[in-house]
Write a protein that binds this ligand. Structure first.
Ligand SMILES: *[C@@H]1O[C@H](CO)[C@@H](O)[C@H](O)[C@H]1NC(C)=O
Ligand SMILES: *[C@@H]1O[C@H](CO)[C@@H](O)[C@H](O)[C@H]1NC(C)=O
Length: 188
């Protein structure tokens, strides 16, 4: 067996060195640098790359489809305008046995928020469970508070109920899933 490619499955399964975070069998999340890494795209058999950023396109690889969602990472950006479009696209790629990589610049806010919307719509997960799951796959996720508000509205639209709410904190308005950690931060 070719030693380099033989080593990939073990090397890339480790979360700490695995550039693309695996969210479902057909959805991965990463930062912009990893999204341009041919070896990582190849190793995870990515067929569609969804780029949620506004910077200038750098690399395109043949046989991969590219989708561009031009959104900045600010609380007032209307990411929710793209919740259905992106979730539907990830779902259709999945139905065609493909795999989607969703990325923004850091793989922390924009792309993570879109993952949460997808998991709610197509995996019937509550927002709270979707967040717990994605965070377990990629501990650095942290959608901005405007995106949280949009996700909370989306959860209500889908399920008629909410599992996350915005609360006041010493750091301003935060989703209640961050309450514990903010309490600890303030304590130190
Ligand atoms: C992007 O992700 C790769 C792979 O996980 C990592 O090695 C790199 O440090 C990250 N870059 C930034 C700027 O976060
Ligand atoms: C994402 O899209 C932006 C805007 O078109 C582009 O500048 C950037 O290079 C793309 N990033 C990646 C990692 O492909």
């Amino acid at each position: 067996m070719n030693t380099i490619f033989g080593a990939i499955p073990i090397l890339f399964r480790h979360p700490a060195i695995y550039g693309l975070s695996r969210i479902t069998s057909s959805l991965y999340l990463s930062n912009g640098t990893a999204a341009n890494n041919k070896l990582l795209l190849f190793a995870s058999q990515i067929t569609t790359v969804i780029n949620v950023s506004v910077e200038v396109v750098s690399t395109f690889y043949p046989n991969i489809r590219y989708v561009h969602i031009p959104i900045t990472d600010t609380p007032v950006s209307r990411l929710s305008d793209f919740f259905d479009l992106v979730a539907d696209r990830i779902h259709s790629v999945d139905l065609q046995q493909g795999r989607t990589l969703l990325h923004c610049a850091a793989g922390v806010s924009r792309s993570a928020a879109l993952c949460l919307a997808y998991l709610m719509k197509y995996h019937a997960m509550s927002l709270s469970n979707a967040h717990a799951w994605v965070k377990s796959c990629r501990p650095i996720i942290r959608p901005n508070h405007g995106f949280w508000q949009q996700l909370i509205q989306y959860e209500y639209k889908l399920f008629g109920t909410n599992t996350v709410r915005m609360v006041n904190s010493p750091l301003g308005l935060i989703p209640d899933v961050y309450e514990n950690e903010v309490r600890l931060m303030v304590a130190f």
